[in-house]
Design a protein. Structure first.
Length: 239
């Protein structure tokens, strides 16, 4: 569901509050369906509505409810909730969510991407949702322990037996490098450096090797851009 569609413009501007609540209630009922296609459609609808309402500080409990469901043992609900959180992160812009809401999303997704989670389907869903979530997490990257936990779990996921999980973890690391150049020095960069150089020198799977190179290209391009612009607020860190 795209935000620019007439139906969502209508939802945003014309529909009375009482009707909106009924729509959300029906979407949540569909979200509880036993049919995967129905769940997925409902997940997309929830994300589309949330992307309109959350910046207005409306539907305040949807993030907490989805995060709690993502941590629950029921497999279908867990997967659908993880997927929906990813859709929401993909649709919203920085500042649309409160810090507490971002923390809830990040905690739920990282909990499903730890080494203790062996199920490839769960881990892949969590990493897929993490990828659009990362851009919202600047506050978390300013806290050493929080970014270390996230990066540590991503690096561990690159060693998973499932190649799709490996690739998605690498894509998340690339997203971190793209968004948080200023916060990845020290141990974080050493870990990423060791991982990517190993992939390149050992000539691993082509897609993994290519994204490892892309991570370094992204760093080099950022440093070159900063050296050329000589902006005091965005100084080159000589990584």
């Amino acid at each position: 569901v795209e935000l620019g569609t007439p139906s969502l413009q209508l939802y945003s501007r014309k529909i009375p509050a009482e009707t909106k609540e009924k729509i959300k209630a029906l979407v949540l009922v569909a979200f509880g369906s036993k049919y995967k296609n129905v769940k997925r459609g409902a997940a997309q609808a929830i994300a589309a509505i949330a992307s309109i309402e959350l910046p207005r500080k409306e539907w305040g409990d949807i993030i907490a409810n989805l995060a709690a469901s993502a941590l629950a043992p029921h497999m279908d609900h867990k997967l659908a909730s993880i997927e929906t959180l990813g859709y929401i992160c993909d649709d919203v812009t920085s500042g649309s969510l409160s810090e507490a809401q971002v923390d809830s999303i990040l905690s739920a997704l990282v909990a499903n991407a730890t080494p203790e989670v062996s199920a490839a389907e769960i881990k892949l869903a969590a990493l897929s949702a993490l990828q659009p979530c990362i851009k919202l997490c600047e506050k978390n990257f300013k806290v050493e322990t929080e970014k270390s936990i996230l990066v540590g779990n991503l690096i561990a996921s690159t060693a998973h037996s499932n190649s799709d999980v490996q690739m998605k973890a690498m894509q998340c690391l690339l997203e971190i490098v793209k968004n948080f150049y200023d916060y990845i020095g020290g141990t974080i960069l050493e870990q990423i450096g060791t991982l990517t150089i190993n992939h390149i020198t050992k000539k691993d799977a082509e897609d993994i090797t290519l994204i490892s190179i892309e991570i370094w290209n992204t760093l080099f391009e950022e440093e070159l851009d900063r050296m050329q612009k000589r902006n005091e607020k965005k100084q080159c860190r000589d990584y």
